[in-house]
Write a protein that binds this ligand. Structure first.
Ligand code: UD1
Ligand code: UDP
Length: 368
């Protein structure tokens, strides 16, 4: 029976691969192996719980404050061992992390064709997001199968002379995942979330290129917004990266209407997105998910590889500029027409069927 390896290592890769894993496991005639690099630890284990996943192999590479060199070399050598011991007919990777890049290299060196889920995203600026934009380019130019989430992503690949017969428009698998966890009357187990009253500003931030002064400016903007709106509570599940944790607690800690909490599991976080009023985030996944829940996202970045969200009107770029963030947020919080324009725009990222489409294409590739 042909065998597929699905490789992931961080929270978003696992959330977005979960629907593909499920669909492939339900497909007859394919053997499925899941391999985690363990680039993330606690944040990945939270995802396993919700999607009932237990990777067949776990390289457990995460170290505190790890470097890109650490992640690349340990994933590459771990996968060398696994690929030497077992025959795989296809390696599926997701997105643009360092795990994605190292897994692609390992598969290429081992003669295993690569399928890229969430292919074709581009900013065409290697410094933003850094290092993810470089990772995407390399992976797309090595992969045999490309699962493009949107028509724009498909066009990028075609323009880069990637053979069209290997490109498939599928939608983004994150919408499949989201639809399995959001509940209309969700009751938060955590009393800090169950007791939320009034309007809620939800925050996430983790991009490497924002570390230092830009991230600190964004945190000062959050203080300004909360001070300006007395019925607003900010909830911020802080990423475990020490470069985020330290300034978040130093600048935002102790404010009575700012709740700094641990990263939330996927079900709590998704339902908190559904509960909140406005989102401030530099996350890729959040930009894709929020429109399904009718929540405007102010993107804490200068460029995005998801311009579909800007065009659809579901997201706006505000960078890490304190004044711009405050002005845009206050406009949306105070002007219901402006708010509704963003909240009611349609989601351009998919309809929840991407995982099944990808599984069918993989079956055709392996069994024809
Ligand atoms: C990584 C990806 C980024 C992705 C993000 C999703 C790279 C270069 N970056 O960034 O593309 O958008 O994941 O969140 O691949 N940590 C923990 N526990 C965890 C996870 C992280 O303690 O479960 C801490 C560790 O100190 C770790 C640090 O966070 O060294 C950074 O993690 P890392 O995966 O290197 O970078 P992210 O910022 O998470
Ligand atoms: N997410 C989560 N818990 C949190 C914050 C985010 O489960 O506390 C989910 C979110 O819904 C999205 C994904 O994690 O699906 C985004 O991950 P992240 O922002 O770390 O990475 P990116 O998408 O930017 O690569």
């Amino acid at each position: 029976m042909p065998k597929v390896a699905l490789i992931f290592g961080t929270r978003p890769e696992c959330i977005k691969m979960a629907p593909v894993i499920k669909a492939l496991e339900e497909t007859d005639g394919i053997d499925v192996a899941t391999i985690s690099s363990g680039q993330h630890k606690e944040m990945l284990e939270q995802v396993y719980r919700w999607f009932h996943l237990a990777p067949h192999e776990d390289l457990s590479i995460m170290r505190a404050d790890q470097t890109l060199f650490d992640i690349t070399t340990s994933t590459l050598s771990g996968l060398q061992r696994i690929f030497a011991g077992e025959k795989f007919d296809l390696a599926l990777v997701h997105g643009d992390t360092t795990t994605t890049l190292a897994a692609t290299l390992a598969a290429f060196y081992s003669g295993i064709p690569v399928g890229h889920v969430e292919a074709g995203l581009r900013t065409y600026t290697y410094q933003a997001p850094w290092p993810e934009e470089m990772n995407r380019h390399v992976v797309d130019h090595v992969a045999a199968l490309h699962f493009a989430p949107t028509e724009l992503a498909r066009q990028h690949l075609v323009q880069e002379h990637i053979p069209e017969e290997g490109i498939f428009l599928t939608g983004n698998t994150v919408i499949d995942a989201l639809l399995t966890v959001v509940e209309p009357e969700y009751r938060f187990p955590d009393p800090r979330l169950a007791s939320l009253d009034g309007r809620v500003l939800l925050i996430t931030a983790h991009r490497r290129e924002s570390f230092g002064a830009p991230l600190e400016a964004a945190f000062h903007a959050i203080l300004d917004i909360v001070e300006a709106e007395p019925d607003l509570t900010a909830v911020y599940p802080v990423h475990r990266n020490p470069h985020v944790l330290e300034p978040a607690h130093r600048i935002l800690g102790g404010h009575p209407r700012i709740r700094l909490i641990e990263p939330l599991d996927y079900k709590d976080f998704s339902n908190l997105m559904a509960r909140c009023t406005l989102i401030l985030s530099d996350s890729g996944g959040v930009q894709e998910e929020a429109p399904t829940l009718g929540k405007p996202v102010l993107v804490l970045r200068e460029v995005t590889e998801r311009p579909e969200a800007l065009d659809a009107g579901t997201a706006r770029l505000v960078g890490c500029d304190r004044e711009r963030i405050v002005a845009t947020a206050l406009t949306l919080l105070r002007d219901s027409c402006e708010y509704d324009k963003m909240a009611k725009a349609a989601n351009p990222f998919g309809d929840g069927t991407a995982g099944k489409k990808i599984a069918q294409i993989v079956k055709q590739f392996l069994c024809s």
